[in-house]
Design a protein around this ligand. Structure first.
Ligand code: COA
Length: 307
């Protein structure tokens, strides 16, 4: 048994915050932010529920399926609206899904973790699953801290997946973490994100590359056979360094960070859907998802695209 992607969707808050807006309150500059991160603007607002519902609804409509035929929802988020209940409960209710729902927190690797989990669940339970990544990082960002405030944003992205009797589209994957690095990126309950940016940067490139290599080896695919790399959208320089080390042309990376910032679990589906909508994928193309995040977690997955 395998997994087939039926539909995709995204949601972003209306409010745009540009680097120029941040210059008004922080000791920073548009030039510095673009040069060091690649980010030009980010979207801020809404709740995690709103963004998950918006992205989920768009994906279900695009798939053209009855919401009640979806027997499970997995919501990857590191910014739930409440501690209890899980944010997935309200999202499940608003979308009119059936079966169960749960939140999954693997930080910015969350969407890859959720997709791999869905792939496994499809072989034993529901035959349709909604996989969502949605975040409101603006709520845990200290807007007076220039080290972090320039990087993060809010958003959501979703896929509807279905079981198929053959190998399906998810060809190989790799998940992992290094808890010794958990202190380099963290937020306490009720607190803000604190980060050792340089350390995160160094480790991010390494773990993303190593994980992607393991996934490609498992599928017996060469880096040059990858048509599209969908990396976590944290920093353009991390992505470029990872491309160079993997031997994947930089032009093959899907990028939305310049207009979304880092949206954690939402960033990979936002970039994937953008690439789909730009017509960058044809049936049979190999798509490599690669994420990393607090924990420090990482996750990569190889998909054979089939519209
Ligand atoms: N505006 C202007 N200057 C800033 C600034 C800002 N917003 N933030 C930091 N600086 C300053 C620093 O204070 C430092 O000044 P100093 O040299 O006088 O000490 C200087 O810019 C360089 O800082 P440095 O940390 O070396 O910059 P960098 O090139 O490493 O870029 C990050 C900083 C945060 C953009 C980069 O390290 C990064 O993206 N790291 C990974 C973060 C990440 O991906 N987090 C999420 C993981 S899921």
């Amino acid at each position: 048994m395998g997994m087939r992607i039926l539909g995709w969707g995204t949601a972003l808050p209306d409010k745009v915050v540009t680097n120029a807006d941040l210059e008004k309150t922080l000791d920073t500059s548009d030039e510095w932010i673009i040069e060091r991160s690649g980010i030009r603007e980010r979207r801020i607002g809404d709740s995690t529920t709103d963004l998950a519902v918006g992205a989920g609804r768009a994906a279900i409509e695009q798939a053209g399926v009855d919401p009640a035929s979806i027997g499970l929802m997995i919501l990857a988020t590191t910014t739930p609206d409440q501690q209890v209940p899980a944010t997935s409960a309200q999202v499940h209710h608003e979308l009119g899904l059936s079966g169960g729902a749960f939140d999954l927190n693997a930080a910015c690797s969350g969407f890859v973790y959720a997709l791999v989990t869905a792939n496994a669940m499809l072989s034993t339970g529901p035959n349709r699953i909604l996989v969502v990544g949605a975040e409101t990082l603006s709520r845990i960002t200290d807007w007076t801290d220039r080290n972090t405030a320039v990087l993060f944003g809010d958003g959501g992205g979703a896929l509807v997946v279905e079981s198929v009797p053959d190998e399906g589209q998810l060809l190989a994957w790799d998940l992992g973490l290094d808890a010794e690095a958990r202190h380099i990126l963290q937020a306490d309950h009720g607190g803000y994100i604190k980060m050792d940016g340089r350390e995160v940067f160094k480790r991010a490139v390494r773990v993303m590359v190593d994980s992607a290599k393991r996934t490609l080896e498992q599928a017996k695919v060469r880096p040059d056979e990858v048509k599209l790399l969908v990396p976590h959208q944290a920093n353009i320089r991390i992505i470029q360094a990872a491309c160079d080390r993997l031997g994947i042309d930089r032009e093959k990376a899907a990028l939305v960070m310049h207009r979304t910032g880092n949206t954690s679990s939402a960033s990979i589906p936002l970039a994937l859907v953008d690439a789909i909508e730009q017509g960058r994928l044809e049936d049979g193309d190999l798509v490599l998802l690669a994420g990393f995040g607090a924990g420090m977690t990482w996750g990569s997955a190889l998909i054979r695209w089939q519209a």
